[in-house]
Design a protein around this ligand. Structure first.
Ligand code: GCV
Length: 682
């Protein structure tokens, strides 16, 4: 026991040394706090938790709280008292009572105290320390607040744009080598309330469940646990067969059931606070119960039964679509709705925010409104697979809030991480804000995008009001701008064939699944463009509650931002805004380009507030983002013009590129240098 306490204290010291050791390169994330010399006295008020020695591991978060506050809380003339108190908020919530002579942080759990400590430090860093006599009370709005890492066991990261995995490597076992970094990762997560992490890709290798790999998981779990973070694993549904132990993976086969029970026992014997499994089944070629004539319910419930005795959960993904589906957006609803109410209570259906796939903008997935007797949690993508990777600076809180404001998130929420082993973790200092914002919204979805951006900027780039205001305004404008220069008005999935960075609305080679080609989605023709999902088309609108279905079904009431998602609209059709579709489309793309060019100028104005290293790195990226916006606009408008045969409106600037050139290159950038990978013309 004593050893354990010492380990926490020494490890915390190590983290602090690492933090002190380098320049402003983004490594410290939003925890760039100056160490204090006049340390505040921090006392633990529970007699069963000794100040030193004999420290039960379950109290490790208290040791970390004390160490963090001792090191970083400025002397306010008040002592800090930490206490686990049964009467304090449950569910890892906390109170901070800011008295005249003392500050009390209380929670019903040790990790709740840690969240309180980080909250107090955040208030200090953002200049919002409580007033004398004020009591702050916080309680998380979502129970499971998880990151999903799409990290492969060889160290690559699917859709990762910030280097390689911090957990896995082709070199073999890197847990010890990376332990300081993994600990910083845990600390950053705890500081924003994230309480679980899935360590491997949903396209899961069966090798994840070998005893050798599980030993690595055990060691990672030990680094994360003191910060209140549980580990979860993505599992390959065919693991029992793939690992050669059983001849099938049929979820109703007694040998398969036994195999999973034994595997789960093996895991919990080694990792008592293991969280559970995440499963991508019968999706994009991954194995699943349907391979054996069984259903999602059969598969999920079998795993849930194995995990139940230990308190583990199954997160079963609803991301399914078939090659021959006339409308991919319909499938998840069609496939899962009949099972509503049939899943075990430790199964959670994990549903992407929109019905297609993390597009720059999608309407809310209809399953959130309809699965009334099943636990459901949304999955967001923090990594910018479809929003300019780590090159474009796009602040995603406004996009997520379009969903989180409308749905129940009390069960939980998952975010596909943008973390890699790059020095600044995310490959771009500004999009660290998306990791931060994800955690803050998981904790409290009522926070505004502006408040979160303000907090982030004050803790990372500058505390000067003018700089904060300018940078937060810029951040708040980035998502709408990106939608406008990539795919405004409900256009979706018109990305390049081999990657999802640049535009290729024309991509449709013979032999490629049509639902993997842009024309399936934009449906441009001589009449107009857009996917008819009305009652006269694929009838996707009918998957929504009546009020929304009616709104979306009528071309005159459908919000413009979803117009071409739900309707096939004529090029010369007049829209409620007074313009024709063609003119409006041209103007929206122009708006996007103008905004992206504006970001370059705004960033230049921010120079006095930003350190040289990060200023220069982001200057190059904003410059590239503006160039890419032009590329997107020219590519899309010139291509759609081959159908509309209409001239650009007079107030639109001339194109910079011609269609032939655009079609010759695949716009693609190096995520670190933001330099073109193809030999692009200027
Ligand atoms: C992990 C999209 C991505 C895939 C991803 C998949 C999923 O199709 O392009 O890389 O696979 O979604 O969410 O399972």
């Amino acid at each position: 026991m004593m050893k354990c306490y010492k380990r926490v204290a020494i490890a915390t010291l190590l983290v602090l040394q690492v933090i002190g050791a380098h320049a402003i390169d983004g490594y410290d994330l939003w925890l760039r706090m100056p160490m204090v010399t006049d340390g505040t006295k921090v006392t633990i008020d529970n007699p069963q938790i000794p100040e030193t020695g004999n420290f039960d591991p379950q109290f490790a978060p208290i040791a970390i709280s004390r160490s963090e506050l001792n090191t970083f809380l400025h002397n306010t003339g008040r002592d800090v008292h930490l206490a686990i108190d049964a009467k304090a908020p449950a569910d890892d919530g906390f109170t901070i009572k800011y008295g005249a002579n003392r500050i009390d942080i209380k929670s019903a759990s040790a990790v709740g105290v840690l969240y309180g400590a980080y909250h107090l430090l955040r208030l200090q860093q953002t200049g919002h320390l409580p007033k004398n006599g004020q009591t702050i009370k916080e309680r998380p709005m979502s129970k499971y607040r998880l990151l999903n890492h799409w990290d492969n066991l060889n160290g690559t990261i699917e859709r990762g744009f910030a280097g390689r995995s911090i957990f896995w490597s082709s070199k073999g076992d890197i847990v010890d080598e990376n332990s300081a970094r993994i600990q910083l990762y845990a600390r950053a997560n705890a500081s924003i309330g994230i309480n679980g992490t899935v360590l491997n890709n949903v396209n899961a290798s069966p090798q994840m469940l070998t005893s050798e790999r599980l030993d690595q998981v055990r060691r990672i779990a030990r680094i994360l646990a003191p910060y209140g973070i549980k580990v979860y694993l993505s599992v390959n549904f065919a693991s029992p067969r793939a690992l050669g132990d059983v001849s099938t993976a049929d979820p109703l086969d007694p040998d398969v059931i036994r195999w999973w029970r034994n595997k789960v026992k093996e895991i919990y014997d080694a990792i008592p606070n293991f969280g559970g499994f995440l499963v991508k089944a019968n999706s994009e070629g991954e194995p699943g119960p349907q391979d054996f004539g069984r259903t999602h319910v059969d598969g999920a419930n079998m795993l849930a039964d194995a995990l139940k005795p230990y308190g583990g959960i199954v997160m079963w993904r609803a991301f399914v679509y078939a090659a021959d589906s006339p409308d991919r957006a319909n499938q998840a609803y069609d496939e899962f709705m009949p099972f509503d109410g049939k899943f075990r209570d430790n199964v959670i259906l994990q549903v992407k925010n929109g019905p297609v796939d993390f597009q720059p903008r999608e309407p809310i997935h209809p399953l959130f409104f309809s699965m009334k007797r099943t636990k459901v949690m949304p999955e967001f993508q923090i990594t910018q697979e479809y929003l300019g990777e780590s090159v474009h600076s796009v602040y995603l809180a406004p996009m997520w809030k379009e969903v989180t404001d409308e749905i129940d998130m009390s069960v939980g929420v998952a975010g596909v991480s943008n973390v890699g082993n790059s020095q600044n973790w995310c490959g771009n200092d500004l999009i660290q804000a998306n990791w931060y914002a994800y955690g803050r919204l998981a904790w409290n979805k009522r926070l505004s995008s502006k408040q979160i951006a303000d907090e982030f900027v004050r803790q990372t780039f500058t505390k000067e009001d003018q700089g904060v205001q300018t940078l937060t305004d810029l951040m708040l404008a980035t998502h709408e701008a990106c939608v406008n220069y990539m795919m405004p008005m409900g256009i979706h999935h018109i990305f390049a064939g081999g990657h999802h960075y640049g535009p290729e609305p024309w991509y449709a080679p013979r032999g490629v699944r049509v639902d993997w080609t842009p024309p399936y989605y934009h449906k441009a023709d001589a009449f107009g463009m857009g996917f008819d999902r009305t009652t006269k088309g694929s009838n996707n609108v009918s998957q929504y509650p009546k009020k929304l279905a009616k709104l979306y079904n009528n071309v005159n009431t459908c919000p413009e931002k979803y117009l071409l998602w739900f309707h096939h609209v004529g090029w010369t059709q007049k829209l409620p805004c007074g313009e024709t579709l063609w003119d409006r489309l041209c103007h929206k793309y122009d708006e996007g380009v103008r905004a992206a060019e504006g970001f370059v100028r705004t960033w230049e104005r921010l120079k006095p507030y930003i350190d040289e290293e990060r200023y220069e790195a982001l200057r190059v990226k904003f410059d590239r983002q503006a160039k890419d916006a032009w590329w997107w606009r020219d590519a899309c408008l010139l291509y759609f013009q081959t159908f509309s045969k209409l001239p650009f409106p007079q107030d639109c600037p001339p194109v910079r590129h011609d269609l032939q050139t655009l079609m010759q290159y695949h716009l693609r950038m190096d995520n670190y240098t933001a330099a073109p990978i193809d030999q692009l013309p200027d």
